[in-house]
Design a protein around this ligand. Structure first.
Ligand SMILES: Nc1ncnc2c1ncn2[C@@H]1O[C@H](COP(=O)(O)OP(=O)(O)OP(=O)(O)O)[C@@H](O)[C@H]1O
Ligand SMILES: [Mg+2]
Length: 226
């Protein structure tokens, strides 16, 4: 068992991740050591292809590690079977993607409820409506994604990432598809919600001015932390 600082929520020890394309296997993460503190925000920066999204998805339990260890509190995530890993994700992690990833056939409200539906948890519309209100979408609850602007779709995705009250929010370039004004609003909202929900924020961005809002910044280069 690894010894953890009591404020550590995620710990990576010498983590390697290989990804297979149809022609070759690429070593994407090459021995990551990282301590993520609870209730803090950490920013992952680095050039395109450095492995930022892979690292974020590894922490989210969406990527299998090739070698090394990853702990959530004292629980080894690297040992979990697929079902338990899905459980870890559903309980503890909320994810916001660059491309919003809303389901087009579902309304804003249904999209926000989706993680609960997938994990078979009780759905209480009052809770999801409250979250949609908190992202300023009280008048868009029954709209479909194609009836929403990009910034509004991202706000639905933010509300969705919080529906299970996750301790960890992972946002992978959440403003990558938004204009400056919407980016600022979305970033402000993410940090505000992180504070209100007392969660840990892991934010991937290329934007130094956004990174500066975080408690800590790490830079990835070619699969390693600089
Ligand atoms: N499924 C895959 N199979 C093989 N290689 C992959 C796969 N997904 C990503 N890669 C490679 O892994 C490396 C890291 O990818 P990753 O998406 O983590 O980079 P990134 O730092 O998030 O880049 P960006 O800033 O462009 O989003 C890249 O070289 C990419 O080509
Ligand atoms: Mg990426």
């Amino acid at each position: 068992m690894s010894i953890m600082n009591q404020n550590t929520i995620i710990k990576l020890e010498n983590v390697f991740v290989n990804l297979k394309s149809n022609i070759e296997t690429i070593e994407v993460l090459k021995g990551i050591n990282l301590n993520i503190l609870a209730n803090k925000s950490i920013c992952i920066m680095g050039h395109s292809g450095a492995g930022k999204s892979t690292l974020a998805m590894t922490i989210a339990g969406l990527e299998n590690i090739t070698k090394g260890k990853i702990f959530y509190k004292d629980q080894p995530i690297h040992d979990l079977k697929e079902d338990d890993l899905a459980d870890y994700r559903a309980k503890n992690v909320g994810i916001i993607f660059q491309s919003f990833n809303l389901l087009p056939s579902m309304t804003a409200l249904e999209n926000v409820n989706l993680p609960l539906e997938i994990s078979g948890n009780f759905i209480d519309d009052r809770q999801s409506i409250k979250l949609l209100e908190s992202v300023g979408l009280e008048n868009r609850i029954n709209h479909y994604p194609h009836e929403l602007s990009g910034g509004e779709q991202q706000r639905v995705a933010i509300a969705r990432s919080l529906i299970s009250s996750p301790e960890i929010i992972i946002a992978d370039e959440p403003t990558g598809n938004l204009d400056k004004k919407n980016s600022e609003a979305v970033i402000k909202l993410i940090f505000e919600l992180q504070k209100n929900h007392n969660s840990t924020l892991i934010l991937v961005t290329h934007d130094k001015s956004i990174a500066n809002f975080c408690d800590e910044i790490i830079t990835l280069d070619n699969g390693l932390i600089l």
